[in-house]
Structures are given as structure tokens and as C-alpha cells.
Design a protein around this ligand. Structure first.
Ligand code: NAP
Length: 454
């Protein structure tokens, strides 16, 4: 005899077993989570990927440097996920303003926060609010065509810039500030940044690290790129380097990075190249000064303390800089109704679980560290927790999922952007590309919405 449920029409059974998941953010962490959920549930789940911008890919589009196209190629993998039959991209929907986390938890079985960490951490020193002082999220967003920073207009009419921090973002910023238009061939740097940088007066870029060469957070490939710049030479003062034998205590990647610094120290700056990228180690910013705009960073000389932190020596000096870009890390955006750790700038969680049916992945859950690939196990881990809670094929909770969200967005007059719309936007960007460039990004939300053709 057939069980009662078996006598119901097939569509009813399928619907009854359907799970509904929402992922907030369409960057790497969001797409790896969606990929893992799609794999675990097959056609037994709908997965909606929401983004506040009308375009997908988050950090890949707006964070990864425009001259690092090979890293951006991972978007092709995410595209495959977005084209899965049960996955939807829903852009131009603002969490908080258009829909709340509480509402999403009402419609979906689980909600995964994959917002990334788009907010700059403040330096917190006098003068950090002067014109000309810019956080890396804003500066990187500007050259990558992020709509929020299209009108940044960083001051490039100055001879000297300072980049604060010793991570890969500091390297990206210093490299982009040094490159000539020829070196941007094949990149997707946006026209406004391409043209502004072509006319830049910046000749000296000081990279300020509060600790020493052994404490850098720069990876070898990215450091090595500085040896091949067309118009800039890297400069390292050999006196800042520990004795070579000390490098043996470093792990291999770090040893290689420090090896690059040693070779910069050993090579005189190329007189044929007009720009200098000067590594200033043991230099802790104390204040930024200037008459109505940034003119200099006041720095305290440091030494390494026993615990590895930077200890001030009391000796100070000034580093001329009409542009100051702080590259000292990021924070996730606080979301009403979601616990937030102010110090770490993330949603506190245990292995990704923030609260009942609410999860955080990637930078939103573990802070702004690691490579793009680091987000993959994050997404898989959270997908495993979700499948443990809602075993694939089991009885569903009867939530409305996409139908509920669509009703709510329509009632609120929202104008969501679907993946097919993005494909039209992308086609328009590819058609508008400079010769040799992959695309010319549209940088205003209105332009992006118009490019959908409806
Ligand atoms: P990061 O690697 O954490 O580096 C931040 C730097 O800022 C550190 O050198 C830190 O120094 C310094 N800092 C922090 N607070 C400071 C303060 N108050 N004053 C002065 N210096 C301060 O962060 P990131 O460069 O933003 O990079 C984020 C992540 O993205 C990293 O995992 C990075 O590798 C990755 N990324 C990768 C690439 C690539 O692979 N091509 C490109 C860009 C970014 P202390 O060490 O002394 O704290």
C-alpha cells in the first residue's frame, strides 16, 4: 500500500521537500556557499543570492586589482553557479532598506551573510579626516569602478603619496599609483582612474610599515611585481633588514618575500625611472598634518618589542604626502538585528553559525584575511551545517522562499536585477572596452540599470 504522501501529485511532493536559502552578498564567499548548497541539494533547494549592487562578484570585481586579470577569471566559475536552474542572482536589493534579516529568515530556511568587509578601518590618529586621506576600500573602489567611489577624485596633483600598512592591499595601491598607461593595457581599470593616473604628479610613494621586514603581510608574487615596473623602482634601506641568517626562521613564503626586499635593497634605483616606491619600516603613523588638506604624515620610529609588537622610540619625523591611503584592514557592515563585534568588524559566530538559521562566511565571519580560495572551505563548512539541520530530501518547513521575497520586493517598489540582466550589462561593458581591455565597467548605478535595456 502506498503511503498517503505518495498519492499526492508529484509537484506537491517536490514542493513539500523544497528548501529555500538566501545568501547575502555575491562575492567569492557567497558564490562558494551557493555552489556547495546547490551541490548538496540538487533540485531540492532554491538558492537566492542577493547583492546591494546591480552587478555580481563583489571583491572579484571591486577589490582584486584591475591588472590582476588572472585572479578575476574565477568569476567564470561563479557564473556557472548563477546559471544553475535553482540559483538566482538578485542585485540592487539593499539589506536593511529593502528587506530585513528578520524577513529573510521568515521566507528562507537559512540565511547566510556573505557581505564581505567593505568598510575601511579608521587609522584613529589626529588628521585622519583631512582631505587627501583615503581608506583603501575607497581608493581601490575608485580605480575598480565601484559606484560608491566614482566621485572620489583622489588628489594626484601632489609629488608624494604615503601608503600605510604592509599587506598586499598596500602593494596593490602602490603599484597602481606607479603604473603608466601602457602598463594598464589588458587591465579593466576604469576610464576615470586610467586618465587621472596618466596625469598624476605622484613620483614618490612611501609604504609605511609600523613593524619590520620580517613582519610584512605581503606575498612573494605581489612583491616580485615591483621589480618589473616600467616607471618605478622599489627602494629598501638595507639597514632595516635583519642579518640574512635570521631569514632561516621564516616559513618559506615569507622567506621568499623577504628575499625580494633584500634584492631591492641590493639594487640601486634605476635613474631612468622617475618614480620611487620607498619602503619605510619601523614607521608608526602618529598624525597627519596639513593646512586644510594632507601634506605630511608624522611618524614615530619603532623597534620590535619582545612580543613582536611595535614599540615607539619617541623619535619622530615627517613623511611628505599630499595623498595618504590607509591600507590597514576592513570591517563588515553592521546590520540591524545581527550581532556585531565592533573590535573585529565581523558578525561573531561559532564555525559560521551566528544565530538560529543565520550564518556568516568569508570576511563577514572570520575577518579580512586569506586569499579568494580561503572562502571555499568557509562556504562548504556552512553548507555542511545547513545540510545537517535540513537533511536533503527531508520534510520542508513550508517557507515561501523566492515567491515570498518577490512579493515583498514588488510591494516595496524595488527594482531587482537578475542574472540575465547582468549578462546584458556585461555585454555592454565588453562592447565598450578600450582596445586590448576586457571591458569598460559602467560605474554609476543608473548606467548599470539602463544597460539592462528595460
Ligand atoms: P593585511 O594583510 O591584514 O595587512 C594589514 C597591514 O596593516 C599590516 O601590515 C598591519 O600591520 C597594518 N596595520 C594595521 N593597523 C595599522 C595601524 N593602525 N597603523 C599602521 N599599520 C597598521 O590586510 P590587507 O593588506 O588589507 O589585505 C587583506 C587580505 O587580502 C589579506 O589576506 C591579503 O593577503 C589579501 N589580498 C591579497 C591580494 C593578492 O593575493 N594579490 C591582494 C590584496 C589583498 P601589523 O602586521 O603590524 O598589524
Amino acid at each position: 500500500m502506498r503511503a498517503a504522501a505518495d498519492r499526492l501529485p508529484l509537484w506537491f511532493n517536490e514542493r513539500a521537500r523544497m528548501r529555500h536559502f538566501a545568501v547575502i552578498g555575491s562575492g567569492p564567499a557567497g558564490f562558494y556557499t551557493a555552489e556547495a548548497l546547490a551541490k548538496a541539494y540538487g533540485e531540492g533547494a532554491t538558492i537566492d543570492i542577493l547583492d546591494r549592487l546591480p552587478v555580481p562578484y563583489g571583491l572579484i570585481r571591486f577589490g582584486v586589482a584591475p591588472d590582476h586579470q588572472s585572479i578575476k577569471a574565477v568569476a567564470k566559475r561563479y557564473e556557472k553557479v548563477a546559471l544553475e536552474p535553482n540559483v538566482r542572482f538578485i542585485g540592487n536589493v539593499h539589506l536593511g532598506a529593502d528587506v530585513s534579516v528578520e524577513e529573510l529568515l521568515h521566507y528562507y530556511d537559512a540565511v547566510v551573510l556573505a557581505t564581505g568587509a567593505p568598510n575601511d578601518r579608521r587609522l584613529g590618529i589626529p588628521g585622519d579626516d583631512l582631505p587627501g586621506v583615503i581608506g583603501s576600500a575607497a581608493f581601490v573602489g575608485w580605480y575598480n569602478g565601484h559606484p560608491d567611489f566614482a566621485d572620489l577624485h583622489p588628489p594626484l596633483d601632489v609629488a608624494s603619496a604615503a601608503v600605510i600598512g604592509n599587506g598586499n592591499v598596500a602593494l596593490d595601491v602602490a603599484r597602481i599609483l606607479s603604473k603608466t598607461p601602457v602598463e594598464f593595457a589588458g587591465s579593466d581599470i576604469v576610464a576615470h582612474a586610467h586618465d587621472a593616473l596618466a596625469n598624476s604628479s605622484v613620483r614618490t610613494i612611501a609604504i609605511l610599515g609600523r613593524r619590520g621586514p620580517h613582519q610584512i603581510a605581503m606575498t612573494p608574487k605581489e612583491l616580485g611585481e615591483l621589480s618589473h615596473l616600467g616607471a618605478a623602482s622599489p627602494v629598501v634601506d638595507g639597514a632595516d633588514l635583519p642579518p640574512p641568517e635570521a631569514d632561516s626562521a621564516l616559513e618559506p613564503g615569507q622567506r621568499k618575500s623577504v628575499g625580494h626586499l633584500r634584492s631591492f635593497a641590493a639594487s640601486p634605483a634605476d635613474p631612468a625611472k622617475p618614480k620611487r616606491i620607498v619602503f619605510d619600516f619601523f614607521a608608526k603613523p602618529l598624525a597627519i598634518e596639513g593646512a586644510g588638506r594632507a601634506e605630511r604624515v608624522v611618524v614615530e620610529r619603532t623597534v620590535l618589542a619582545e612580543d613582536g609588537s611595535a614599540r615607539g622610540t619617541g623619535e619622530t619625523y615627517a613623511v611628505e604626502a599630499g595623498l595618504v591611503v590607509s591600507c590597514i584592514g576592513y570591517a563588515a557592515p553592521p546590520i540591524p538585528g545581527v550581532p556585531y563585534d565592533n573590535k573585529l568588524g565581523l558578525y561573531p559566530n561559532g564555525n559560521g553559525r551566528v544565530a538560529d538559521r543565520l550564518y556568516a562566511v568569508g570576511w563577514a565571519g572570520r575577518g579580512p584575511t586569506g586569499t579568494i580560495g580561503t572562502n571555499r572551505p568557509d562556504g562548504q563548512g556552512v553548507a555542511e551545517q545547513i545540510t545537517a539541520l535540513f537533511p536533503p530530501g527531508g520534510e520542508a518547513t513550508g517557507r515561501d522562499g523566492p515567491a515570498g521575497l518577490d512579493r515583498l520586493l514588488a510591494a516595496r517598489g524595488c527594482d531587482p536585477v537578475r542574472f540575465a540582466d547582468w549578462q546584458k550589462i556585461e555585454a555592454a561593458e565588453i562592447a565598450a572596452a578600450r582596445a586590448g581591455a576586457p571591458r569598460e565597467k559602467l560605474v554609476r548605478v543608473e548606467e548599470l540599470l539602463r544597460a539592462r535595456g528595460h
